[in-house]
Design a protein around this ligand. Structure first.
Ligand code: ADP
Ligand code: ZN
Length: 515
């Protein structure tokens, strides 16, 4: 009979762990009693044990769907090193090897069989309700177009439950917002799945966002007191990783660029250098970090804003794995948002991605505790301010921005709602540039009515207004700004607008890099 004492002693025996991590035991117990589960656990939370342990205890073979052929072999090797009979099945194997795997499957010699979703169809005819113990779907968010990593081959996994209604299906992911969680359950056809949501809170990570102006001096200031610490700077493009790494090198820092365009040898050298503390600073595209196990990364900087919160969370999560304090810093600029939007425009999942980008932008612009905003996104609700983010440490000052909002509204109105943000700001500030004069905008009534506000500040304020729903940006139409019904209320019905003052943050950022 299977009991809790049994699972614990097997955990010790096979994996050498003295106790379960949060949620592991509950997931194991569910699977053992034949239930479907979805487990959302942060990276490093210990998902593997959740299906590996039941795989050992149940008769038959556990089929593990895993998207990364490269990691499959490592996992199988690690299991075998623990004396567990595991194999993988994928397209890189010769037919001979594949046949051998199938024969071992028939003879019940394998407890865990890892398979790429693309190879599942070859395997299915060899599976039946007597030789399969469970289906574990790793990186289950790949099934959902709502996920950030959609893999078409995952969509066929819905047929598993259909074909084998009595075999438990266990879905695992580290990155799923609530919409994606629901979509995974729907697509895997496991409506009665028990949901296990481990905490995503990484209390030791300081969360900070700064305006993306003067990034290099800010980074240099940031690095000044962190000479021996390891950290990662994420950039959007390969080119900018190289430029930034060069600049840091010229200032005497040991920094290397890393991106998917490098030769394999270089990539290995740089990764190893980072892991072994020879190269403290890596300037990378998001290609860097997957599968790198380094516990003492002390900081992560986002030179550019990631395109969604999942990516952001995963990337900042590479710091502070040892539980000691770590710093994360995100630079946020409207130019980045525009660029990300352009990438997304060409994508087949455009609408999903735009919605996710908007959530990311809202997070970057949050004026209250960032941890609350971040965890909310993953469906985890905390009510206390974290006291370990920029907004908790220096809460923004609010001021009555009604008059300013009215000025902006009327400028947009007088520009016939045809002009993008930049032109609206130029007109409000009474700019004398050629585009303004060519169109005769120097003659309209609102020209120059906000000339006392610096350009970038005015831009930030208008973005706050956009986020409050006062204007809308038509990205397909030259980025022109449109008034919404809320704008009418502000103009004509005395509706008030609260804006966060930018002064405090900008001053502290400026102060820090002047020092
Ligand atoms: P995930 O797949 O969720 O990212 P892993 O399954 O790779 O996480 O586990 C992350 C690390 O935690 C591994 O090094 C693993 O050995 C370790 N680990 C997992 N479960 C336990 C446990 N109960 N006690 C101690 N360490 C554990
Ligand atoms: Zn906070």
């Amino acid at each position: 009979m299977i009991t809790i004492e049994n699972t614990l002693s097997l955990l010790k025996k096979h994996f050498g762990f003295a106790s379960f991590r949060p949620n592991q035991e509950a997931v194991v117990t569910d699977i053992l009693s034949g239930k479907d589960v979805i487990a959302i656990m942060p990276t490093g939370g210990g998902k593997s044990v959740c299906f590996q342990l039941p795989a050992l205890m149940l008769p038959g073979t556990a089929i593990v769907i895993s998207p990364l052929i490269a990691l499959m072999k490592d996992q199988v090797d690690a299991l075998r090193a623990n004396g567990i009979s595991a194999s993988f099945f994928n397209s890189t194997q010769s037919p001979n090897v594949q046949n051998e795997v199938l024969q071992n499957l028939r003879n019940q010699k394998i407890k865990l069989l890892y398979v790429a979703p693309e190879s599942l169809n070859f395997l299915l005819p060899h599976l039946n309700k007597n030789n399969v113990s469970l289906f574990a779907i790793d990186e289950a968010h790949c099934i959902s177009a709502w996920g950030h990593d959609f893999r078409p081959a995952y969509t066929q996994l819905g047929k598993l439950k259909n074909t084998f209604p009595d075999i438990p299906v266990a879905a695992f992911t580290a990155t799923a917002d609530t919409a994606t969680q629901d979509d995974i359950i729907k697509q895997l056809q496991i409506p009665r799945a028990n949901k296990h949501l481990a905490s995503f809170d990484r209390k030791n990570l300081f969360l900070e966002v700064r305006p993306g102006t003067n990034r290099l001096p800010q980074i240099l200031q940031f690095l000044k007191n962190r000479q021996d610490e390891s950290g990662i700077i994420y950039c959007l493009s390969r080119k900018s990783t190289e430029t930034l790494a060069e600049k840091l090198k010229s200032k005497g820092y040991k920094a290397e660029a890393y991106h998917a365009g490098l030769e394999t040898d270089d990539r290995t050298r740089i990764q190893d250098g980072f892991v072994n503390d020879h190269i403290p600073i890596i300037v990378a595209t998001i290609a860097f970090g997957m599968g790198i196990d380094k516990s003492n990364v002390r900081w992560v900087i986002h030179y550019n804003m990631p395109k969604n919160i999942e990516g952001y969370y995963q990337e900042i999560g590479r710091s502070g794995r040892d539980g000691l304090p770590a710093q994360t810093l995100l630079f946020y600029s409207f130019a980045d948002v525009i660029q990300l939007r352009q990438f997304i425009e060409e994508s087949t999942t455009r609408d999903f991605q735009l919605a996710k980008l908007e959530r990311m932008q809202q997070f970057a612009e949050a004026l209250s505790c960032r941890r609350i905003a971040l965890l909310n996104y993953f469906g985890e609700h905390i009510s206390e301010n974290c006291n370990n983010c920029d907004n908790c440490k220096t809460p923004p000052l609010f001021f009555d921005g009604t008059t300013l909002a009215q000025k902006v509204c009327s400028a947009i109105f007088r520009l016939n709602q045809q002009e993008p943000l930049g032109m609206v700001i130029d007109v409000l500030r009474g700019s004398k540039n050629a585009q303004v004069y060519d169109k005769g905008y120097q003659n309209i009534k609102t020209y120059g009515i906000a000339k006392d506000i610096p350009w970038l500040d005015l831009q930030q304020y208008i973005i706050q207004m956009i986020n409050q729903g006062i204007f809308e940006i038509r990205f397909h139409e030259n980025g022109r700004l449109l008034l919404t019904p809320l704008a009418n209320k502000i103009l004509f019905e005395g509706k008030k607008v609260k804006l966060a003052s930018l002064q405090i943050k900008e001053k502290s950022a400026v102060k820090e890099y002047i020092q």
